[in-house]
Design a protein around this ligand. Structure first.
Ligand SMILES: Cc1ncc(COP(=O)(O)O)c(C=O)c1O
Length: 288
């Protein structure tokens, strides 16, 4: 039998089987809240300050109060209590319970919840072999919509996208104008003749923490990176491609709708950037 896991609710640790959130919670009723998913390596969180800053910026935009917890304490205690030094930690913040309709006017007491999970067991294998990307029959992003840059609980576009592709493939979210925006749970990059391309945040993608790290590592490695508005045909014609997220780091894309991208295998620029990512992890957390 699995050991009972422990989660963080409000101000401390509780067993997951005992954790209770109000049925009037606006996160449940309206998707009125935010979340962050980050990784710990050897018990230490990676880029926690960046994740917490994004949560804070979005909370301010939405007028949700951020409880006065020390995020490092929360994350380290959570993974320690679960004996999961290498975990994916999800932090959820909602506006909290309010008895009346959707209008957010009355201040509520926000709900803070965090859980730690083991990493996907096939992640190393997927990173070594690469995965498929699939286009969808409809756009799920548009240019210039103000909520798209926030990691809100309103995650249905990604849920629907994931349900529409074979298990293990990453759906590509496109804009109404046919630009690549991002993956359902990731940011997208591709390489063409040694240059790196990724959708600009104007294409409706999340300003991913891993995306930002990869862009700065590319600069350090002298790989020119060009965020922009690109049609999906550019990705199809790339020499190599990958997706990024704080959970998967840099995960090669080797096929698009069943057709090989470049040589149909993880490419050298992807490998170099992933190695640099790992080195950044090692420097920050001391974990090999
Ligand atoms: C829609 C979407 N885009 C991009 C990302 C990558 O963000 P990050 O690098 O901050 O993990 C995620 C992560 O969950 C996501 O859900």
């Amino acid at each position: 039998m699995d050991a009972v896991r422990v989660c963080w609710l409000e101000e401390g640790l509780v067993s997951e089987t005992e954790a209770r959130v109000s049925a009037l919670d606006r996160g449940f009723l309206y998707g009125d809240g935010l979340f962050e998913t980050l990784r710990t390596y050897g018990g230490r969180p990676f880029l926690l300050a960046e994740h917490w800053a994004r949560l804070r910026t979005s909370a301010e935009f939405l007028g949700i109060e951020v409880p006065a917890v020390e995020p490092e304490t929360l994350v380290t205690r959570l993974v320690e209590a679960n004996r999961l030094p290498n975990a994916a930690v999800r932090i959820t913040l909602t506006r909290g319970p309010l008895p009346k309709g959707p209008r957010p006017g009355t201040p509520a007491t926000p709900t803070l919840f965090a859980q730690a999970r083991p990493l996907p067991s096939d992640l190393d294998q997927r990173t070594a072999q690469g995965i498929d990307a699939c286009r969808l029959p409809w756009p799920l992003r548009a240019r210039g919509l103000p909520l798209q840059g926030h990691k809100t609980l309103a995650y249905l576009p990604s849920v629907v996208a994931l349900g529409a592709v074979p298990e293990g493939a990453e759906p590509l979210l496109e804009t109404t104008e046919g630009h690549v925006s991002e993956g359902a749970t990731s940011n997208v990059f591709w390489v063409r003749v040694g240059r790196l391309f990724t959708p600009h945040t104007d294409a409706g993608c999340l300003p991913g923490v891993a995306r930002r790290l990869v862009l700065s590592l590319a600069e350090e490695l002298g790989v020119s990176a060009e965020p922009g508005l690109y049609p999906t045909a550019d990705l199809a014609a790339a020499d190599e491609a990958f997706v990024t997220s704080s959970v998967v780091e840099a995960l090669p894309l080797v096929r698009l709708d069943g057709e090989p991208i470049g040589a149909g295998a993880p490419g050298p620029v992807t490998r170099r950037l992933h190695a640099a990512y790992r080195e950044a992890v090692r420097r920050a957390t001391g974990s090999p």
